[in-house]
Ligand binder design. Structure first.
Ligand code: TMP
Length: 215
C-alpha cells in the first residue's frame, strides 16, 4: 500500500493552497498521486456534500449529519481511497479528524458512535500522516468568507464553535501520526515546513523539492 496523507484545519486555514503547492512539488519528481477531498471525492459523495455543507436551510439532526458524513466517507474510502492506495500516493483534503473536531468536539456528538461508524463503514482506515494547519480562528474564518463569497453552513456557525474546533485540532498533537504546522506564517514558509516534515520522515522514497510560483 502507498501512503495516505490527510490535510486538516479549520475553514480558511489554507489547506487548498498548500495542497496545490505540494502537488506542484510532487509533479516535479513525477510522483504518482491523486488529490481528493471530504466530504466528496465520488459522484455520490459530492451530492451528499451539497446536502451537508450548503447553507440550504435543511436543519439536519446531529446524528443525521454524522450518518451522512459516513455515507459519503464509505463511498469515498471503498471506491477511491483504498483502490488508489494500491497504486499511488493519496492526498486528501480533510478526513476522520474533521469529523472528530467538528461533529464531536465542536457539536458535542458521540465519540462512541463516531468510532463505531469509522470501524464499520470506513474500514478503520487512518492516514499515515495527518497535517494540521493551525491558524488563528478569528482571522481564518474571515479569510474563508472573503475567499469563497458563498458562505457554507459550517462557516456561518458561531465564533465559539470555531474556537472549539480549532482547539480540538490543536489537541491532536498528542497523536503520533498527526503533525501540527503553524499556518499563520507566509504561504511559502508553510509550504517549506510541510515539505521538510515529509522529507524528515522519509515519507516517500524520493526527496521532495519545494515548489514556488515561477517553477
Ligand atoms: P472544505 O470547505 O474544507 O471542503 O470543508 C467543508 C466543510 O465541511 C467545512 O466547514 C468542514 C466541514 N466538515 C465537517 O464538519 N465534518 C467532516 O467530517 C468534514 C470532512 C468536513
Amino acid at each position: 500500500m502507498k501512503k495516505f496523507i490527510a490535510f486538516e484545519g479549520i475553514d480558511g486555514s489554507g489547506k487548498s493552497t498548500q495542497l496545490r503547492l505540494l502537488s506542484g512539488s510532487l509533479k516535479k519528481i513525477k510522483e504518482n498521486f491523486i488529490i481528493t477531498r471530504e466530504p466528496g471525492g465520488t459522484e455520490t459523495s459530492e451530492e451528499i456534500r451539497k446536502i451537508l455543507i450548503n447553507d440550504n436551510g435543511l436543519k439536519l439532526l446531529p446524528n443525521t449529519e454524522l450518518l451522512l458524513f459516513y455515507a459519503s466517507r464509505h463511498e469515498h474510502v471503498a471506491k477511491v481511497i483504498i483502490p488508489n492506495l494500491k497504486k499511488r500516493l493519496v492526498l486528501c483534503d480533510r478526513f476522520f479528524f474533521s469529523t472528530f473536531c467538528y461533529q464531536i468536539i465542536g457539536a458535542g456528538g458521540s465519540r462512541n458512535l463516531l468510532n463505531y461508524l469509522h470501524k464499520n463503514f470506513a474500514f478503520n482506515l487512518m492516514p499515515d500522516i495527518t497535517i494540521v494547519l493551525d491558524v488563528d480562528p478569528n482571522k481564518a474564518i474571515q479569510r474563508s468568507l472573503n475567499d469563497k463569497k458563498i458562505e457554507t453552513k459550517f462557516e456561518l456557525k458561531t465564533k465559539r464553535f470555531h474556537k472549539k474546533v480549532s482547539a480540538g485540532f490543536r489537541k491532536l498533537s498528542s497523536h503520533k501520526k498527526v503533525k501540527i504546522i503553524n499556518g499563520d506564517r507566509e504561504i511559502d514558509i508553510v509550504h517549506k515546513n510541510i515539505i521538510d516534515l515529509l522529507n524528515k520522515n522519509k515519507f516517500i522514497k524520493k526527496k521532495i523539492p519545494y515548489y514556488f510560483k515561477n517553477d
